[in-house]
Design a protein around this ligand. Sequence first.
Ligand code: NDP
Length: 412
Amino acid sequence: MRRTIAILGSTGSIGRQTLEVVEEHPDLFEVYAITANRSADLLIEQARKFKPEVVVIADESCYEKVKDALADLPIKVWTGADSLCQVVTAGPIDVVVTAMVGFAGLRPTVEAIKAQKALALANKETLVVAGQLIEGLCAEYQVPILPVDSEHSAIFQCLQGESVAKGCFPWLASAKSEDENGEKRPTYLDNPIDKLIITASGGPFRTFTMEQMRDVTAAQALKHPNWDMGAKITIDSASMMNKGFEVIEARWLFGMTTDRIEVAVHPQSIVHSMVQFADGAIKAQLGCPDMKVPIAYALSYPERMPSAINGKLRLEDYANLTFERPDLERFPNLRLAFEALAKGGDRTCVLNAANEVTNEAFRRGQCKFLQMAEVNERTMQAMPFVARPSLDDYFAIDAEARVKAREILANL
Ligand code: NDP
C-alpha cells in the first residue's frame, strides 16, 4: 500500500535520510509535504526532485526565494510557524515524520495527532516536554507513534509479538476483539517486561575525567565516534543529555516506570537497545549505526522493506561488544533526566528548555562543556513546580525557563 508522507524538517539529518529511504521505494511512498526552517536552497532542491504538493519554509525571510525558485512548478509554498501546524492536517497525509529539532516540534506534532495522522517520531523533545499530554492525545485520537530514534525502534522491534499493545499504541491496551462465541479476547500478547535497557555510545568523552572535560571545545564534542547527526543532538550525546532524553522518551512510548529503564554504555553502537522479560530472557536488536534502518521500519511497519542502501552488519567485524554502567557523576545531565522524570509535572519541560539554551550557548562558545549541566540543574532548582501543566502552560514554562537559564548563564 502506498503511503503519503509529510516530513517536518526534511533538510536536517533525519529528514534527508528519510528522503533517501523514500527515493529507494518510489512505489511505496509519496511525499506530500516537506518543511525547513531556513535551509532554502536544499528545500528548493528537494522540492524539485520529490515534487510535493506543499513546501513550508518556516522562516518568513526566506519565503520569496523559495516561492520564486519553484514558480514554474505546481507546488504550494507556505511560510511561518503556523503553516507547519496547518500542513500536517492535510487530508491525503497518512504519516507525519517529525524530524524537526527541539521544542518547536511540539505544536505541529499535537496538530498532527488531532488530525489523526500516524507519527514517525524523531523529535524526541516533544515527548520530553509533554510526554503525558501526548500519550493522552494519542489514546484519545487513536494515533500510533512509530519510533524513529534507533534505541526506541530497537525496543519496539524487540516487543513485536510480546507486548505491542503497551508500546506506542496506547489505545490498544483496552482493545478487545470478540471470538466466534462472542467472548472478548485480548488482541495482543502481553508478556511481562522486567526492564528496558537503552544503550549509549558514551560519546566522544566517555573515558575523559572531569578535569579533561572542563576545557573541551564544541568542535571536539561535535565529533561523535559512531553517528553522523545534527549539531544539537551531537552535543546532547557528548553530554549524555541525549541519553537522558531517551529515557524520558522510552517512559512515554512504552509506558514503563522510571525504575524499569536502565542505560548501558556500549561504545560500539551495534546493540541498539534491549528488553529484559520477567523470565530473565533478553531480546536485543543489532545493526550498523545507520538511521535509515529505523526510519524505514517506522515508515513500512509492520512490514520490512528490502534495501540496497541500508548498512548491513557483519558480526565478524566486531570481536568485542562491551557494556558498562554510565557514570552519573561525570555526566550529570543523565542524572538530571532521571530526577526530572521521577518528579514529573513540568520538570522535564524545564530541563529541555534549559538544555536548548545551554546547548546553543556551548556551540557558540558562550559557555564551557560542564557548565551546560550546571545551568540546567540551577534552572530546575529556580523554577517553581507545576504538577499538571496544560499545553498552554508548557509554552509559558518553556519561555520562562529559557529566560531563567539565560540569566544564570550570564551570571556564571
Ligand atoms: P538537524 O538539526 O539536522 O535538522 C533539524 C531540522 O529541523 C532541519 O530541517 C531544520 O531546518 C528544521 N528546524 C529546526 N528548527 C526549526 C524551527 N524552529 N521551525 C521549523 N523547522 C525547524 O536535526 P536532526 O535531524 O539531527 O534531528 C532531528 C530530530 O531527530 C531531533 O529531535 C533529534 O533529537 C532526533 N533524532 C536525530 C537523530 C539523528 O541521527 N540525527 C537520531 C535520533 C533522533 P533548517 O535546515 O532550515 O535549519
